[in-house]
Design a protein around this ligand. Structure first.
Ligand code: HEM
Length: 418
């Protein structure tokens, strides 16, 4: 609990962004929530930013219009010490996407994309997601062992979003390679990522051009067709939109499947309970369970960049105009002020308004698709490979080092060959 009266001089802040921190950031976040809930720190890139760790502050910051998403508000003093944003997006002219803009542009673009990327379109896509899930499991089921990140969690979202967008099957392996480049080097060398982003951009621009000539039922054709009070997306906006759907929907879903499966394997009682429910045809626990996995060890550790457009106070702390603010979703979602027993995984948790998909006007546009993929992936794994078990010492598993996302590099498993 946040007790402000009993305050012996706190120990110095624990080290952040080390390998140990990446393996288990939750104790450090608990310390920050307690002692420095809005905390200024130097990020690995050298940029200084405020970390917001309490649930109430986090929720407020996510909805605060004085915090802009547009990197032009990044202060001069912080400039030059490091870069913010997606590598390559500037040079590839992809900046005008939802996560980089504010109202009224954001309102206009979000309204247009929402006309094409509808819950109905996602619901109709369910059989294809199931088919993809089964095909991927077929690829390793006979072996009795697999790396679930490379063979399952990674390809499923990329093929799914490619199919949804209307990328022809024969080109999807190129996307797999580009996405692989982006995920491998997420926090590392930027040159390769920038090249992959550029190739993707060129491909998407050509595809949009082709779909304009020859529209189909896919999401890209839907984006081109979408209109609101006579307004349409420009070709560049459509390309930036397709790109952000890929970018925002890819590594996040990889991590939902990876982190989620890992958490289930580390909590045998919870996993057995879910397996029993699924065997009885009851999918309620699957639905609440996927939400709980998002809260407990979600894919997005820190929400994307925000910048103060004026001097303001956040959680009692003064934040100066131009300062970057990073909302730590992973810390907020373990706040004991909001969640009972926050460090306990409880798949049946009901009061679970977690921030794993964000909050406010930038709330995840792909949440219905993410839920569909997450539920299909976990349920199918548990049904088809009932004795699935971890084939590595948890101490030896490595987490990817990127700033925003939280996910495993590999997840070796074994099971009775099918
Ligand atoms: C935004 C999480 C999957 C598309 C966001 C945000 C979060 C998030 C936290 C808000 C970021 C911020 O405010 O800084 C997740 C998680 C996912 C997931 C945990 C998987 C489990 C997807 C998928 C798609 C998608 C599958 C699309 C195919 C988007 C888009 C935005 C967004 C376009 C920007 C919305 C806006 O700015 O208006 N997501 N996401 N996401 N997400 Fe997701």
């Amino acid at each position: 609990m946040h007790d402000k009266t009993a305050s012996p001089a706190p120990a110095p802040a624990p080290p952040l962004f080390t390998w140990e921190f990446a393996a288990d950031p939750y104790p450090a976040y608990a310390w920050l929530r307690e002692h420095a809930p809005v905390h200024r720190t130097a990020l690995p890139s050298g940029v200084e930013a405020w970390l917001v760790t309490r649930y109430a502050d986090a929720r407020q910051a996510l909805a605060d219009q004085r915090l802009s998403k547009n990197p032009v508000h990044h202060s001069e003093s912080a400039h030059g010490k490091g870069k913010v944003g997606i590598p390559g997006e500037r040079s590839a002219n992809l900046m005008t996407h939802l996560l980089n803009i504010d109202p009224p542009d954001h309102t206009r673009l979000r309204r247009l994309v929402s006309k094409a990327f509808t819950p109905r379109r996602v619901a109709e896509f369910a059989p294809r997601v199931q088919e993809l899930t089964d095909q991927l499991i077929d690829g390793f089921a006979e072996r009795g062992e697999a790396d679930l990140i490379h063979e399952f969690a990674f390809p499923l979202p990329i093929y799914a979003i490619c199919d949804l967008l209307g990328v022809p099957r024969e080109d999807q392996d190129d996307f797999r390679d580009w996405a692989g480049m982006m995920i491998r080097h997420g926090g590392g060398p930027r040159g390769g990522v920038a090249r992959a982003v550029k190739r993707m951009r060129t491909y998407l621009a050509e595809l949009i051009h082709r779909k304009r000539e020859n529209p189909g039922e896919d999401l890209i054709s839907g984006l081109i067709r979408a209109s609101d009070h006579g307004e349409h997306l420009t070709e560049n906006e459509a390309a930036a939109m397709a790109f952000i759907l890929l970018f925002a929907g890819f590594e996040t879903t990889v991590n939902l499947i990876g982190n989620g499966t890992y958490a289930l394997l580390r909590h045998p009682e919870q996993r057995a309970r879910l397996q029993r429910a699924l065997a009885e045809g009851d999918e309620t626990l699957l639905a609440t369970g996927v939400e709980e996995l998002l809260r407990y060890d979600g894919p997005v550790e820190l929400a994307t960049w925000r910048f103060a457009t004026q001097d303001l106070t956040l959680g009692g702390q003064r934040v100066a105009e131009g300062d970057p603010v990073l909302v730590v979703l992973a810390a907020a979602d373990r706040d004991p002020e909001r969640f009972a027993d926050p460090d306990t995984l409880d798949l049946a948790r009901r009061d679970n308004q977690h921030l794993g998909y964000g909050h406010g006007i930038h709330y995840c546009l792909g949440a219905p698709l993410a839920r569909l993929e997450g539920q299909a992936a976990l349920a199918t794994l548990l049904r088809r490979l009932p004795d699935l078990r971890l084939a590595a010492d948890p101490e030896e598993l490595r987490w990817r080092g990127g700033l925003i996302m939280r996910g495993l590099r590999t997840l070796p498993v074994e099971f009775t060959a099918q």
